[in-house]
Design a binder for this molecule. Structure first.
Ligand SMILES: [Mg+2]
Length: 389
């Protein structure tokens, strides 16, 4: 099959996700997703602007298009990078379809035959968190993740309590989860940036006996030096990076020593073109990746292609609402957006040997799953001041 030009670039909103479908003049359709989930409307506009440049161009000059769209106007922030990531993944999908090869093969894989995944255990109460952690283990996972020791309470509930009481509660919660899943199942902690550096050190110091696989985003990720200061005082490894979107930001974080594991979001850091470079950069520092996942099947499959082709992978994030009956965490609806969604077996997923991504959006996805705009919100402290959601 000959190379083709881009005929159409169409942003697609479905449920709470933003995808792009890129169609070539010879009728192939590639798909990608933006990870800038809080600003879907603005990112959609960026994709429409990108379409003005892309239509009529060779669909396979991926790096060149990436650089032009990224360098244009010198204003590339996270929304532009979210749009660019979606376009990049769709172009790799098209290239794989034309060459009749899966993307991981074009990236030098397969490096591994299957990828280890961790499931999500969310809980508004400690009892629910423990139950869902147990359900994941029963479903075959040997790593239980997204475990928030402060619980996944409604955002309307303000943060209250003393330092000592919150710390004690968090430690006891993690001890209960550890006790429920046993000593040999890995436990991945997710703090959602909720702590001050001093609090993050105090909590991290108090839970090394729980042996977490990683301690995700204990503080806000904006300062690499603050993250480094926290990491340097802890024995447990910090995993961070899901909000970063330039190679330079990742370099700063790695160089400062702020992350033992890196969490690039393929849908935000520039698609395969960006994520491959981040992976190579991390390799220099002997840091393994735990790719961030927005939970849609498109993002999940894209992460799997990356994971199947790089040497430095620790584990993949995997949507598991179907195992924990957790509608609120999306997964259930998300899996129906694509014609094929990966299913874990024994805590592992296998990337299929199909051209390109190997999956696509179901027909009429925007109508079948109407867009659900996300209102602006954040959690408040008991005194009314804003904190991390
Ligand atoms: Mg996270």
């Amino acid at each position: 099959m000959k190379r083709s030009t881009i005929a159409r670039v169409t942003p697609v909103t479905a449920d709470k996700y933003l995808f792009v479908e890129i169609e070539t003049a010879d009728g192939r359709i590639g798909v990608g997703e933006s990870g800038a989930w809080a600003h879907i409307e603005a990112t959609r506009t960026v994709i429409e602007k990108f379409a003005e440049y892309l239509v009529g161009r060779d669909a396979e000059e991926i790096e060149k298009h990436w650089q032009i769209l990224c360098r244009f106007g010198s204003y590339a922030g996270s929304l532009v990078m979210g749009a660019l990531s979606a376009v990049d993944v769709a172009l790799w999908d098209l290239k794989g379809q034309r060459l009749a090869e899966p993307i991981y093969a074009l990236l030098g894989g397969p490096y591994r035959q299957k990828m280890r995944v961790y499931g999500h255990a969310r809980g508004a109460t400690r009892k629910q968190l423990v139950e869902r952690s147990t359900l994941l283990k029963a479903a075959g996972f040997n790593a239980v993740g997204h475990v928030n020791p402060f619980l996944d309470e409604d955002v309307d509930k303000p943060v209250s309590g003393t330092f000592a009481s919150r710390l004690r509660f968090a430690v006891e919660t993690l001890e209960e989860v550890r006790s429920a899943i046993g000593p040999d199942t890995d436990l991945c902690i997710e703090i959602h940036r909720r702590l001050r550096p001093a609090e993050a050190i105090a909590l991290g110091d108090s839970i090394s006996h729980i042996m977490p696989l990683f301690y995700e985003d204990p503080i806000r990720p904006d300062s690499a030096s603050a993250m480094c200061m926290v990491q340097n005082q802890l024995k447990i490894p910090i995993a961070t990076g899901e909000r970063l979107f330039t190679l330079q930001q990742f370099h700063q974080l790695l160089e400062s020593g702020g992350a033992r594991y890196l969490r690039p979001c393929l849908s935000l850091c520039g698609g395969f073109t960006g994520a491959r470079k981040v992976a190579a950069l991390a390799e220099v520092y002997d840091v393994d990746l735990i790719p961030h996942n927005t939970y849609s099947p498109i993002a999940t499959v894209a992460s799997m292609h990356l994971a199947a082709s790089i040497p430095n992978l620790l584990i993949l994030e995997y949507p598991t609402a179907r195992y924990t009956d957790d509608i609120a965490s999306t997964g259930l609806v998300a899996q129906e957006l694509a014609v094929r969604s990966p299913v874990q077996e024994g805590g592992y997923v296998t990337v299929e040997d199909r051209p390109g991504l190997g999956t696509s959006l179901v027909k009429g996805v925007a109508e079948a799953f109407p867009y659900r705009p996300i209102p602006i919100y954040t959690r408040l402290n008991i005194d009314g001041s804003p904190t991390e959601h």
